[in-house]
Write a protein that binds this ligand. Sequence first.
Ligand code: SF4
Length: 376
Amino acid sequence: MAGLYIHIPFCASKCTYCDFYSETKRDLLEPFLKALVQEMDLRSDYLPPSSAIETLYFGGGTPSLLCREDFSLLFDAVSRHWTLAADAEITLEANPDDLTPTYLAGLACLPFNRISMGVQSFNDYYLGLLNRRHNARQACQAIAWAQQAGFRNISIDLIYGLPYQTMSDWEADLDTALQTGVQHLSAYGLSYEDGTLLRRLLDDGKLEPVADDDMNAMYRLLRSKTAKRGFEAYEISNFALPGYRSRHNSSYWHGVPYIGLGPAAHSYDGRSRQWNVRSITGYIRSIETGAVPAEREELTVNERYNDFVMVSLRTSEGIDLALLKQHFGYEMMEYCLQCARPFVRDGQLVQANGFLRLSVEGILVSNLVMSELMRV
Ligand code: SF4
């Protein structure tokens, strides 16, 4: 079992909150696609032999800037290097303004079976603040067009805790999202990342962040509204109708090896992490000389334990204590349980049936809980 991630590092414009690696100039698109295929040649043995690709994810950046011919080229190259499982989940991350009926009809002829749309809000004021290129009407229309084109597994991303956002604004966003008929929702509290325009405005005192208590109330509303509509909160920020959990992201959370291709893409082989250079020109130049421009880090036992605890706690199942013991030994499991004890007593962690998981109250202080369970 393995995952494949392809990073498309181009965007038509930059959103004010985003720190993902992407460039707005597209003159290097063609040499980039060539380099991407060459990277597949160079790294086809990265994953354990005979592991079929169960999930393929085109992320970015904005993969929906690519045309049908570009995707055909990439799908051909992928199938020359790896075996795609017959029921592989194949996701395209897309911006709503790119999803016209013609474009969607082209996508429907390719192996994609899942679309993840960066909607972020259904409110034009906040979409403007985030410098998104679409408006609320376009977002609703793109979802409807994707459904008409035959896509039955659609996810949308939303952000809450936007500057000046009220509880009723957030409630309206959630109501609209849940009325669209999508099967999956990812909802993230806004974070002000270094180097972004929103962060600069915050540091200059030009906007006011939402108070922590209000952020928490928005998260509780998210949980209750999604639950009422039958969505499972299977990860802190991810909600799915039964049978529609993101298999690609679930693989990350369950430690399945994956290979990431393209600038800034990360890979994990079970023992080490690797990340490609964050530069399109640096990437192309290096690949042309036959070298993958990446840094690599062997993980220590403590780092693997920390990763395991952190990603497991993000899931609704929590930490599988038997698995923890199997991977890291009895002493590490005892260490984890001992650190967890005060949080279990206070109701932020729940220990039951061999698992240790965050309660909703625990999720609201999850950074603290996770850091207390870490080993340094
Ligand atoms: S949020 Fe998406 S579309 Fe906006 S700049 Fe970042 S990667 Fe590009």
